[in-house]
Design a protein around this ligand. Structure first.
Ligand SMILES: [Ca+2]
Length: 197
């Protein structure tokens, strides 16, 4: 371990490729360096030296995935990567009216989502959906709306893009909203209000 590091790139006489990109930063001796802070979370502790411990928490409503606590080891490596904070997107709604928002609406919902929201109203009643705003990356991110419970489901629609869908009313007292987003690009998301009648 020294204050110098050499990177030597050698190439032969034919065929190139994309190459590489490396980030570097200077860290103190016997330090693991600042590992950063999870998006939608925060860290407790400010020491990055051998033996120092950092703890992580997520903002209200978010779930922490990974290690809650990491230690700067003697080899100047953190004992684990920092955790990530994700918006839990599985909920059941039973109130007679309410709002369903895509994660982090309207800032963009992010990637790799598979959310399911279930709206259940009184038996014999129907559920009305009003789309106040809608913007999903077409065709890779989409919202599927299904009528009925799992034993008997009818698809009412599948929506993507930036066109705001028109109002929808269920035939049963259960509506299922399934939202899928792929690994890249995000729209603004959606804002839907529901009411039962
Ligand atoms: Ca996407």
């Amino acid at each position: 371990m020294s204050h110098q590091m050499w990177l030597h790139l050698q190439s032969d006489e034919s065929v190139g490729s994309i190459g590489f990109k490396i980030n570097y930063k200077e860290i103190d001796k016997d330090s693991c360096g600042d590992p950063g802070t999870p998006l939608y979370g925060y860290k407790e502790g400010s020491g990055f030296l051998n033996g120092d411990i950092l703890r992580f928490k997520c903002q209200f409503g978010f779930e922490l995935i990974g290690e809650r606590m990491i230690t700067c080891q003697n080899n100047n490596q953190w004992s684990a990567n920092i955790p990530i904070c994700i918006f839990p997107c599985f909920s059941n709604f039973s109130a007679p009216m309410g709002t369903v928002l895509s994660p982090d609406y309207p800032e963009g919902y992010g990637n790799n989502l598979n959310c399911v929201w279930l709206i259940i109203s009184e038996p014999g009643s129907r559920i009305h959906l009003a789309f106040n705003d809608f913007d999903l990356e077409p065709p890779y991110d989409f919202l599927t709306i299904k009528d009925g419970d799992q034993s008997e489901t009818t698809m009412l629609g599948r929506f993507s893009g930036a066109e705001v869908p028109s109002h929808l009313t269920s035939n049963s007292n259960i509506l299922q909203l399934e939202f899928q987003a792929d690994h890249s690009m995000s729209g603004r998301g959606f804002n839907i209000t529901y009411s039962s009648e």
